[in-house]
Ligand binder design. Structure first.
Ligand SMILES: [Zn+2]
Ligand SMILES: [Zn+2]
Length: 490
């Protein structure tokens, strides 16, 4: 059990991301702990930020660079101090199913544990098998671009872009501009970019786009049609949402050309007019993630591109924020008119903190914890007892007086058809009601005022629970609580 803390950002609800004290990760066999140095905010993170209904119990963030600071048992390919990036799907893949054997680890049918994300925290534990070491030429800013560039590279390889081909990329965000770069790297001669915002247009030209096409100009006239009257060899869609971008792609691609789809479309979106695509006989490739093709991983190819073209590609990072300012960073990244392309979170250079009075994690759903008294070691010889007296209540008695203000984190879920969804935490006679989600692990953070420095904390189900709620082996599962993280900061 970890006795160290770190800082990490949690999505608490819609457009609400906050930095909290969280547990420093455990290093498991076959895994390493990385000290995160930089992490990009991805479109996927923004999507969750705009739409999530329940909070997360662990940080998101998959576009991270980290330095190996701990090696788990059996790790042989990585060493301490090495800088790496990580393919979260490769990390958690089984390695033996039909998809893994074909390099399509994104589609693994026997995923092992959770997917290794967590870059919005100071430290993250990841499995060795998904880590890719970075050469010195690829610094932390560039390293944060490996993942989005691998996404774009995957599509370019799927489309079989060859030297001399012509193309168009629809979308001037990170993925669109990475698609431009990846297509150029594959040898494409003329790649046009459809971009709306001035910052995107300017950067696309700096990266060597043949020309910019305004989204309102399509089907496009002028120099584009003069050079390519029948359209270009390939079109890559990198916008998604619900705009008619696939139709525009079809208007810009030549007969028998190919369209790559990278944008995340809104659920239920069906707005693609099929007949023009049919008449043109275009092939459409759906490209969602990355993996290995012909024995070579998209991450390796992305790292190679960043090694050779880092000077240009680093311009994609337009803004940087310290982790503590992540709220501001998300607000800016969420506003496309802000001129932001890739917004990067950088981490303060400090080790795990030990500044708090008590912190400990009690896993009440762990069958190894007996009913009755639970003694938990904390810092400064603090002790916490937990007791569930009648199956509906956990009482924690702290040996030392509690601070006048503190934070309690309760993580877990309330599962089962009759499990209570509502709980109450009580300190100093003040009740705080909270609820946990049923589907995924949730995290509830409660701030307490404790003027009398009371040292008893009670968690309970406020209403009489139904018999079924209390039925599971007589252990703490009846509470529907998983982890209770007691992170108390004065
Ligand atoms: Zn991403
Ligand atoms: Zn597999």
């Amino acid at each position: 059990m970890s006795t160290k803390l770190m800082r990490g950002a949690l999505l608490m609800g819609k457009r609400d991301i906050q930095v909290h004290d969280l547990f420093y990760p455990e290093v498991k066999p076959g895994a390493v702990v990385l000290q995160v140095t930089a992490v990009g905010i991805c479109g996927t993170d923004l999507h969750a930020y705009r739409n999530t209904v329940s909070g997360r119990s662990a940080p998101d963030g998959h576009e991270y660079v980290g330095t190996v600071v701990e090696l788990g048992e059996g790790v042989s390919s990585l060493r301490l101090g090495q800088r790496v990036v990580c393919d979260p799907f490769l990390c958690s893949s089984c390695g033996t199913c039909a998809y893994c054997l074909r390099g399509l680890t994104f589609h693994c049918q026997n995923r092992v544990g959770h997917i290794d994300v967590g870059g919005f925290g100071n430290y993250v534990s990841v499995r060795e098998k998904g880590c890719f070491p970075l050469p010195d030429e690829v610094d932390d800013s560039l390293g944060s671009l490996v993942e989005p560039l691998a996404v774009a590279t995957h599509a370019v390889r799927m489309l079989k872009v060859r030297p001399g081909m012509s193309g168009v990329v629809i979308g001037g965000g990170t993925i669109g501009l990475c698609a431009l770069a990846a297509a150029q790297y594959a040898g494409a001669k003329d790649v046009y970019v459809v971009a709306r915002y001035p910052a995107q247009q300017k950067l696309a030209l700096t990266l060597g786009a043949a020309a910019i096409i305004s989204p309102d100009e399509i089907p496009a006239s002028g120099p584009f049609r003069e050079t390519y009257p029948f359209g270009v060899d390939f079109a890559i869609e990198a916008v998604g949402g619900s705009a008619p971008t696939l139709e525009k792609a079809c208007q810009l691609v030549r007969p028998a050309g190919a369209i790559g789809v990278l944008g995340a479309f809104d659920p239920g979106y069906r707005g693609f007019e099929l007949l023009p695509a049919l008449l043109k006989e275009v092939s459409v490739h759906m490209s969602n993630c990355y993996g290995a093709r012909d024995g070579r991983h998209d991450f390796e190819q992305a790292i190679e591109q960043l090694t050779r073209r880092g000077d240009k590609l680093r311009l994609l990072v337009t803004h940087r924020f310290d982790l503590e300012k992540i709220t501001e960073a998300f607000r800016l990244a969420d506003d496309k008119a802000s001129g932001s392309i890739k917004v990067l979170i950088t981490m303060p250079e400090h080790g795990p903190t030990r500044a708090l009075t008590f912190f400990q994690r009690i896993n009440f759903s762990d069958p190894g914890i007996p009913e009755g008294l639970v003694r938990i070691e904390g810092l400064h010889d603090a002790e916490i007892w937990g007791r569930w007296s009648d199956g509906k209540r956990v009482i924690m008695q702290f040996r030392d007086p509690m601070p006048e203000k503190f934070t309690l984190q309760v993580a877990g879920r309330s599962f089962g058809p009759n499990a209570s969804k509502r709980f109450t935490a009580t300190v100093s006679g003040v009740n705080r009601d909270f609820s946990l989600p049923a589907e995924i692990d949730g995290l509830v953070i409660l701030q307490f005022e404790n003027p009398t420095r009371e040292c008893t904390l009670v968690l309970q189900i406020p209403e009489p629970a139904s018999p079924l709620t209390l039925g599971m082996n007589g252990d703490a599962r009846m509470l529907g609580l998983g982890l209770v993280s007691i992170i108390i900061s004065g």
